[in-house]
Design a protein around this ligand. Structure first.
Ligand SMILES: *Cc1c(COP(=O)(O)O)cnc(C)c1O
Ligand code: SF4
Length: 371
């Protein structure tokens, strides 16, 4: 080291650079049509999205995972708008989780005593067509200033029962490293905040974001958990693998939340391949989420029974570490409910009859002292 000067390396900018990916993101109907030659349903959806609702944004990287000719491609279904986005079906809500009603300070949502959600930006690398926060993401607000977040930090300081803060948005990893670290550091000044989770889809949509510089800047603020969002095995690219491994190697537990989407991943074999792939990267399949009833997403949602049937097929076929919980986040923000196949056949005093994944029924006899 001695005698060597730190010569700043010339910054290259190209597809491997996350800034380049964001600067070259496709955000118009015309741009999508040029890349994918859109179907009439897609073109109508994209034209509408330019004017109303959730805007269009897709990184060149994520577009590169898609099939250029097949509108049923699971990547296209996630990022290319369709005409059905203008259709409202019974049960649809603009704010399905009642986040606005549960806002305890500007940009801070609390629905559980020990956890809170801090919304730090409205930007994402890719706008997912099924987004629960489509009412607000990409609406022009951009990065939320530290001043505006002041009351949220004050609330957390005054409520030591909140031990777990989920930094979300939008996608907080679309902010600059400096900016992100400043928000994390402010959270760390609140002694009662034990864990911080970074909710980000960048390992999926912009894996170039997970740089050595980023993990070095965040590491001093551990315990930091990363909550990511892979939905299809096609998203398990070498770039995504590098991003996840870099996070895990740097001590970030990485949890994955998959949203169940019709035509994208509502088959047991597809989810099995996804969950096995994630576990190979040391990423834990955490939740399989029933899609929230966001206005204009009826075409992408499944019936609750579909998820339960898939869980039934996966139970016993997949290791416990590869099997997420199936969750319905109940409308109007009443909280998350785990659901699944019912394995309890009957309950008599002292005896519970269970059905196993092999289809056998077995009795469990309680100990004589009861309760
Ligand atoms: C989903 C959610 C959480 C986190 O729930 P976990 O089950 O702990 O992952 C916390 N707060 C809000 C407002 C949420 O919507
Ligand atoms: S990355 Fe998350 S917040 Fe952003 S559009 Fe997708 S689902 Fe919504």
């Amino acid at each position: 080291m001695s005698g060597r000067h730190a010569v700043p390396r010339k910054r290259r900018s190209g597809p491997k650079d996350w800034g380049w990916q964001l600067r070259h993101a496709i955000d118009t109907a015309e741009g999508l049509d040029r890349e994918l030659s859109l179907s009439p349903e897609e073109l109508a959806g994209a034209r509408r999205a330019e004017e109303a609702g959730l805007p269009i944004r897709v990184t060149p990287y994520y577009l590169g995972l898609s099939d250029r000719t097949d509108p049923r491609c699971p990547i296209r279904l996630q990022c290319v708008p369709r005409a059905e986005e203008s259709v409202e079906v019974p049960g649809d809500l603009a704010d399905p989780l009642g986040e606005e009603a549960h806002e305890v300070a500007p940009n801070l949502v609390q629905r559980y005593p020990d956890r809170a959600l801090l919304l730090a930006t409205d930007r994402c690398a890719v706008y997912c067509r099924f987004c629960t926060r489509s009412r607000m993401v990409g609406d022009g607000g951009g990065v939320v200033s530290l001043e505006r977040l002041g009351p949220a930090f004050a609330y957390l300081a005054a409520h030591p029962e909140v031990r777990d803060v989920i930094l979300s948005g939008g996608d907080p990893l679309t902010m600059s490293t400096d900016r992100l670290v400043r928000v994390v550091a402010r959270l760390r000044e609140v002694p009662s905040v034990e864990t911080i989770r970074l909710a980000t889809r960048t390992p999926v949509t912009l894996p170039q974001r997970i740089t050595g510089e980023l993990v070095r800047a965040l590491k001093p603020h551990h315990p930091l958990w990363v909550m990511t969002h892979f939905n299809h095995p096609r998203e398990l690219s070498p770039e995504a693998e590098r991003a996840c491994k870099r996070l895990v190697d740097s001590g970030f537990p990485v949890m994955n939340q998959t949203v169940l989407l019709r035509g994208v991943n509502d088959e047991a074999a597809t989810l099995e391949a996804l969950f096995r792939g994630l576990v190979r990267w040391r990423v834990r399949p955490y939740y399989l989420l029933q899609a929230d009833p966001v206005r204009g997403t009826g075409h992408l949602r499944t019936a609750v029974g579909r998820g339960i049937a898939i869980m039934e097929q996966l139970q016993g076929r997949l290791s416990g570490i590869a099997l997420p919980k199936l969750i319905v986040d109940t409308p109007r923000g009443m909280g998350k409910v785990p659901i699944g196949p019912d394995y309890v056949v009957s309950r008599q005093p002292g005896v519970t009859r269970l059905r196993t994944h092999r289809g056998v029924e077995v009795d469990y006899v309680d100990p004589p002292h009861g309760s």
